[in-house]
Ligand binder design. Structure first.
Ligand code: FAD
Ligand code: FES
Length: 583
């Protein structure tokens, strides 16, 4: 055993979560810690008297104890010119002398008092530390200055107290320091060799392991959880005029619009992607911007979208009432990460109502590609008259030797129930009869409740959550860590509208003007009750990465690593000109 270069526990700090007013909302947080005298018992999940508010982001076995160093306190005191930083100010449980982030490695074990600990990951980059210290940029600075601090897992429960020496009992595999691990996730210039080493450290927490695995494989759907997304670049900037080649009535309330890309022809689209349309009678009119999934693979230079008429909806009524063969509409390039993977795995395509659209593009792709593997087509309609793409899907499924299909009619018994037509909803008992293998990859699209229920059912049937992908025809579920008691509001104009460039939040169907007082597009979105997704709010975590459909954003301050082309980090961006984002 080696005393870790004379490291010492200076202070044990605890605090239970409480409600704190912040930014017009309430945050439930355990970031406020105060030093406690005498020895304290450390248990598997917490130090006695300590707790976390948001267990999704903090706490748990892998993040039981947060450590921060006196040397970093001195650094920040100089940086901010502050003399009020007392132990616990950075939300840490242990304030220590020694154990620098560029010396301590993931997997190192330490004995302190009668307890033993293992280093599992750097600090989670989150806005709460900035809120606690009144320094909003702090999350980015902790990463940029390479002073994040780190978490410990409790290997042996015991008692610890201020003044205890810290003794290293084991060194972590591959000697990857906390600072290097943090930079690997959040800073540019990462290399595959180090990523491979990181995923080979058993002590690294599963969350960080997954993020590094996603970075290694370029996973589109999960890489946003901690690290940057890897997107496909849109085929063209902004909107391009297209001519409606024909309109086809699919059901009494649903029609397909075939859009011909004049000149260059239709660029390829990945099966499952969507187009965004700018709808208006004349160029000087206010536009309605709405997105529609491509419902068949582009062919003969045309895209097909399929739209359900909503009697009270502006965009869908405009399409159904005003748009005819020969009309011109402005169309943004195919986008979206809900795409079929060409992996040869068993595939489940499950939809309700008009949610069949992106899955039809996937079914076309499977049939055209001569797929021979198992494919399950599960569709829910109210009755035969609303059964979208019944004949077209049937023809495609007939071409797939491994295809099985089942239709659920929820409000009609006009067609007798058979092995492939059922009355009612796709509950667990009925889906269990389909014999879906746990190795299947599922793609779901329909109303939020359909997607949520089916996801729960599929997980119960053995599918891993990361094999279930879904598309929502509206705003994505918000990610607002720790925020509680936020009233449910429909998107609306801000109380004090601005006069700057027009900013459109496409999924929420709202256009408003930039206000000079807003620091970022995230501020503006919050003023309009747009559902938002964020964690650090300072350009580090990429949780707020959002596709830009048209226009130009700029940054102030610059993010530590820019998002992939075609995306913007809402938390630190402002519009240069009229901007449309997919939020
Ligand atoms: C990625 C993506 C893909 C999509 N793909 C498809 C697709 O393939 N096919 C498809 O049909 N749709 C699709 N959508 C949904 C589509 O973008 C539109 O949201 C949909 O057409 C409704 O838009 P709207 O303008 O007609 O309704 P909106 O004007 O946006 O109204 C939305 C809802 O609010 C209600 N509402 C409006 N005004 C009032 C009021 N005054 N009082 C009370 N309620 C009101 C309406 O009833 C309506 O239900 C997709 C969305 C996304 C994000
Ligand atoms: S919220 Fe973390 S980068 Fe924007």
């Amino acid at each position: 055993m080696t005393r870790s270069a004379g490291a010492t526990l200076l202070s044990v700090n605890v605090g239970l979560p409480r409600r704190v007013a912040w930014n017009g909302t309430t945050v439930f947080t355990g970031i406020f810690k105060v030093p406690v005298p005498g020895p304290r018992k450390v248990r598997r999940l917490n130090i006695d008297g300590d707790g976390q508010g948001d267990l999704g982001g903090h706490g748990g076995e892998q993040r039981a104890v947060l450590v921060y160093q006196r040397d970093s306190y001195d650094h920040w005191a100089r940086h901010f010119g502050r003399d009020d930083l007392t132990p616990g100010s950075f939300g840490e449980n242990f304030t220590v002398d020694g154990l620098a982030d560029d010396e301590v490695c993931i997997g190192d074990r330490y004995r302190i008092g009668t307890a033993e600990f293992e280093v599992t990951q750097p600090r989670v980059t989150c806005f709460r530390v900035g809120m606690r210290l009144g320094e909003p940029q702090l999350p980015a600075l902790l990463v940029g200055h390479r002073r994040p601090g780190f978490y410990l897992r409790v290997i042996t429960e015991g008692e610890v107290g201020a003044g205890d020496p810290i003794v290293r009992t084991r060194t972590g595999r591959h000697r990857l320091t906390v600072a290097a691990t943090d930079a690997l996730l959040y800073l540019p210039g990462r290399d595959a060799d180090t990523l491979r080493k990181a995923v080979d450290i058993p002590a690294l927490s599963p969350g960080w392991q997954q993020s590094f695995r996603d970075l290694l494989t370029g996973d589109l759907s999960t890489a946003t959880t901690l690290g940057p997304t890897i997107g496909t670049e849109p085929a063209w900037d902004g909107f391009r005029a297209m001519t409606v080649a024909r309109v086809v009535r699919e059901t009494p309330t649903v029609s397909s619009f075939h859009l011909r890309a004049d000149g260059d022809g239709a660029e390829p689209a990945l099966p499952g992607q969507y187009l965004t349309l700018r709808l208006r009678d004349r160029a000087e009119d206010a536009a309605t911007i709405r997105s529609y999934s491509i419902s068949a693979q582009p062919s003969a230079g045309t895209y097909r979208i399929t739209v359900r008429r909503d009697e009270r909806g502006r965009g869908s009524r405009f399409l159904h009432d005003n748009v005819r063969a020969g009309s011109s509409v402005d169309v943004a390039a195919p986008r979206g990460e809900f795409v079929l993977r060409q992996s040869g795995e068993p595939v489940v395509l499950a939809s309700a109502g008009v949610g069949a659209t992106p899955l039809m593009a996937m079914l076309h792709e499977l049939a055209d590609g001569g797929s021979t593997g198992p494919v399950w087509w599960v569709h829910v309609a109210r009755g035969p008259e609303d059964h979208l793409f019944a004949a077209e899907a049937g023809d495609l499924l007939d071409r797939l030797p491994g295809a099985r299909r089942v239709t659920f009619y929820t409000r009609s018994t006009a067609v007798p129930a058979t092995g492939t037509t059922l009355h009612g909803r796709p509950d667990g008992e009925r889906l269990a009869l389909l014999g879906l293998p746990a190795t299947a990859r599922a793609y779901l699209c329909g109303p939020g409740s359909f997607v949520a229920d089916l996801t729960t059912t599929l997980v119960r049937l053995g599918l891993a959550p990361d094999r279930i992908h879904s598309e929502l025809f509206g705003a994505l579920a918000p990610i607002n860590p720790g925020v509680v008691d936020r009233p449910v509001e429909a998107p609306h104009q801000p109380a004090e509208p601005g006069t700057g460039p027009a900013v459109t939040f496409a999924r929420s169907g709202l256009t408003t003007r930039w206000r000079d007082g807003d620091r970022s597009l995230l501020d503006l979105a919050e003023a309009c009750a747009i559902p938002t997704r964020w964690s650090c709010r300072t350009g580090v975590c990429h949780t707020c990465a959002t596709p830009v459909i048209s226009g130009t954003p700029t940054y102030g301050p610059e993010p530590l690593e820019p998002p992939p082309p075609g995306q913007v980090l809402l938390c630190c961006a402002q519009p240069v000109d009229d901007l449309v984002v997919d939020a």
